[in-house]
Design a protein around this ligand. Structure first.
Ligand code: PAF
Length: 287
């Protein structure tokens, strides 16, 4: 595996691969790999002749009061893990290379970026869309792979790729969870042992909602009430948002009709965690 830091070198390699008829699978990341990232890379291995992983903690997607400086970083460990799963290139540009002093162009997605995390993290998706658009232009992937834990991010990137006619297939892959159900996230490292236990309420809330829908109680009020109850009973937690949305547009829906996504953001101590689940309307059985 090669580590490439210069965007021009990366782009040249991508052009050469394309000229040879090779397909490129791309996994954009901010590093500090866990099994969730590795599962995206393994999927990349299946769908691409070459797998590129970017590791860039993107300052443009962090608000002034957010965790840019304390975001966990360990390039050596990440490089060893990426090598083990068969990544061809780990692309590690610097902030100066991605955003030189005269930088002035941003990508802004509309409605899909406005609700949910867009409310408490203004400017976040502008930063995400901008860096992902730049990375697509540098890495020139045929397929780009994102985790469904950041579900809104996946929808925003899909929207951007469609709206800007970007020649890339955007693929979402299932959330990878710890054995006890906590969705894997680099931010889980911030949690104290007590907070780590409290964090399980996100998964418990999603499970409670699924059960409710299976029992054909599928209105937004019923679902959000049960979710709120599970979380507010847990110490060290504060709800940022709970939402039942259309899986494609992220518009709020009044009930689970067909399919809906239940999305949550919850502060556990000083750490903001997100999680989500697909809810599927259960049909009356056998008349
Ligand atoms: O999901 C992430 O790690 C980041 O938001 C991404 C897609 C790499 C853009 O910086």
């Amino acid at each position: 595996m090669d580590i490439v830091a210069d965007p021009r070198d990366m782009q040249e390699r991508a052009q050469q691969w394309r000229a040879q008829g090779l397909s490129i699978a791309f996994v954009p990341t901010m590093g500090y790999f866990h099994q969730g990232h590795l599962s995206l890379m393994e999927y990349g291995r299946k769908v691409g002749d070459k797998v590129v992983v970017s590791l860039f903690v993107n300052p443009a997607q962090f608000g002034p009061a957010e965790d840019l400086d304390r975001y966990p970083r360990d390039l050596e460990r990440d490089a060893a893990l990426a090598r083990q799963v068969g990544v061809d290139v780990l692309f590690t540009p610097t902030a100066e290379q991605m955003y030189p002093p005269d930088y002035q162009t941003y990508v802004e997605v509309g409605d899909a970026a406005k609700g949910l995390c867009g409310v408490s993290r203004p400017g976040h998706f502008r930063g995400v869309a901008t860096v992902v658009c730049k990375l697509f232009n540098i890495v020139m992937p045929h397929t780009a792979i994102f985790g469904e834990k950041d579900y809104q991010q996946l929808v925003v990137i899909r929207r951007m790729a469609a709206d800007l006619n970007l020649p890339v297939k955007v693929v979402g892959r299932p959330i990878v969870r710890e054995e006890d159900g906590l969705a894997m996230s680099s931010r889980n490292t911030y949690l104290s042992p007590e907070e780590r236990r409290a964090a399980l309420c996100l998964q418990r809330a999603l499970t409670a909602a699924r059960r409710l829908v299976s029992a054909r109680k599928s209105s937004r009020e019923e679902i959000l009430a049960v979710v709120q109850q599970v979380i507010s009973q847990t110490p060290h937690t504060r709800i940022d948002y709970l939402a039942l949305v259309d899986p494609e547009t992220l518009a709020e829906v009044p009930a689970v009709r067909g399919e809906a996504r239940l999305a949550l953001a919850v502060w556990v101590g000083n750490t903001r965690l997100i999680d989500n689940a697909l809810l599927v309307e259960s049909k009356p059985c056998c008349v």
